[in-house]
Design a protein around this ligand. Structure first.
Ligand SMILES: *[C@@H]1O[C@H](CO)[C@@H](O)[C@H](O)[C@H]1NC(C)=O
Ligand SMILES: *[C@@H]1O[C@H](CO)[C@@H](O)[C@H](O)[C@H]1NC(C)=O
Length: 423
């Protein structure tokens, strides 16, 4: 969702700007500790989960705890069938949806059963899974590490790709409904597309497990992205150095007082980034495009937490213009990749059918970057939005997302199912 993504960067910008004024940075770090009481804000006890929200609309819903090969336990939610169809005893094709940065599974269901993709898929006969990346509110869980341990936060979206996404795919394919199926449909938004590209190029055998893949607002190459904050921050945080070291490998604070106070300060009239703040608000609330009824739930569930290394990795991409592995600095890169520069993802190996959904007004995914990246994909289908106003966050909150995105996506999946014998 653009608004949260933007606000995350606003906050990061606040930190970076303080950092640029050298000594102030220490003050920020202290503040960080002072205000940070993650359990008070992130604990799910007594809070509604994605499963509760789904159940409140009468749909069957499940909460699964899925272990990853490297010890994390990620939360995934499922609408196993539709109570309207009563199709629980039929074979249901599987669809797996993966959220963006700072987001979580709730983003998919904000607009309710008449509009949101998971419900529409369930009512079309699908077995629907929604993942949650490590570090988000539903995936703060590890077999040996506590979230207080800095090692818990030592991951970027590369690890989400090769550990979390593979674990969820394999898990969904191992259930009673999934065990006779060897592949599924994938839908990702923003970082949910980045992890798809990273996974399918790193472990190309996973392409066999994909029927169709849908990339909403695809983010891989970021050279031409318009977002002014990312562009402003890139030079400071997109390279290994003092700022990157200070910000790296820690929890990026979820919804709490510190984030809120910083966000508030950033929007003060005398603040340097005031124009950016205004711009973000205007994009978000203008034109009646956003479903305001869905906003309270959006605010209650976002940002959902991530590691600062995920942000650094994006800023590195923005600076380098490449889609490549995390940059640890020349010395460590040499140890890990065998080269001083991080290894590039071999995206030519992504043989699965990739549908790119992209638009002119997306500040995170420039049309030029999306098309340049797609030119390297062997099996792609381009869906350039006709609506010139369509933004990064519209895939979650635009009032007409059903008509412009969700229905066409389901039609493509249905076409696949019919061609391949149906189910
Ligand atoms: C907006 O969101 C609300 C709350 O989820 C939902 O009930 C409604 O159907 C959505 N769409 C429109 C067009 O109002
Ligand atoms: C963590 O994962 C375990 C399964 O390994 C599960 O039983 C437990 O409820 C999870 N805890 C949280 C807070 O999600």
């Amino acid at each position: 969702m653009k608004n949260r993504f933007v606000s995350l960067f606003l906050i990061l910008a606040g930190l970076a700007v303080s950092g640029i004024h050298s000594a102030a940075l220490d003050g920020v770090i202290d503040l960080y500790k002072l205000y940070d009481n993650p359990e008070a804000h992130v604990s799910l006890k007594g809070k509604l989960t994605t499963a509760d929200r789904i159940a409140s609309h009468g749909y069957p819903s499940e909460h699964h705890y899925i272990p990853t090969e490297d010890g994390y336990v990620v939360g995934a939610f499922r609408i196993p069938y539709s109570h309207k169809l009563q199709n629980q005893n039929q074979k249901r094709p599987i669809a797996f949806l993966q959220h963006g940065l700072g987001s979580c599974s709730d983003a998919w269901i904000l607009q309710g059963p008449d509009n949101s993709l998971p419900y529409l898929l369930a009512d079309a006969g699908y077995d629907v899974w929604m993942g949650n990346a490590r570090g988000t509110a539903y995936s703060r869980n590890h077999t040996t590490l506590s979230t207080e341990n800095p090692n818990f936060w030592k991951f970027s979206w590369h690890e989400i790709a090769v550990y979390d996404i593979t674990a969820i795919i394999d898990y969904a394919l191992s259930t009673e409904n999934g065990k006779d199926q060897d592949s599924l449909h994938y839908v990702g938004h923003s970082q949910g597309t980045t992890v798809y590209f990273a996974l399918m190029s790193s472990l190309p055998e996973y392409n066999e497990k994909i029927k169709t893949a849908h990339m909403f607002a695809p983010v891989a190459i970021m050279k031409n992205m318009a977002n002014p904050l990312v562009r402003a921050l890139g030079p400071y945080l997109g390279h290994q150095g003092i700022y990157a070291t200070l910000f790296g490998t820690q929890e990026f604070l979820p919804h709490n007082d510190f984030v809120m106070s910083l966000f508030f300060n950033i929007c003060q009239p005398d603040f340097l980034l005031r124009p950016v703040c205004e711009n973000a608000m205007q994009t978000l609330y203008s034109g009646g495009r956003v479903n305001m009824t869905a906003m309270p739930d959006a605010m209650a569930t976002h940002p959902a937490g991530c590691s600062t290394d995920q942000m650094l990795h994006y800023l590195q991409e923005q600076q380098s213009g490449y889609f490549r592995r995390f940059d640890y600095g020349a010395k460590k890169n040499l140890l890990i990749y065998g080269t001083e520069e991080p290894a590039e993802y071999p995206v030519e190996l992504i043989t699965s059918a990739v549908h790119m959904w992209y638009s002119d007004n997306d500040a995170m995914a420039a049309v030029e970057d999306v098309e340049k990246f797609a030119s390297r994909l062997p099996n792609k289908f381009m869906h350039h939005m006709l609506d010139k106003m369509w933004t990064h966050g519209d895939y979650a909150l635009n009032r007409e997302v059903r008509k412009y995105v969700n229905e066409p996506v389901i039609a493509i999946m249905e076409e696949y199912e019919q061609k391949n014998g149906g189910m």
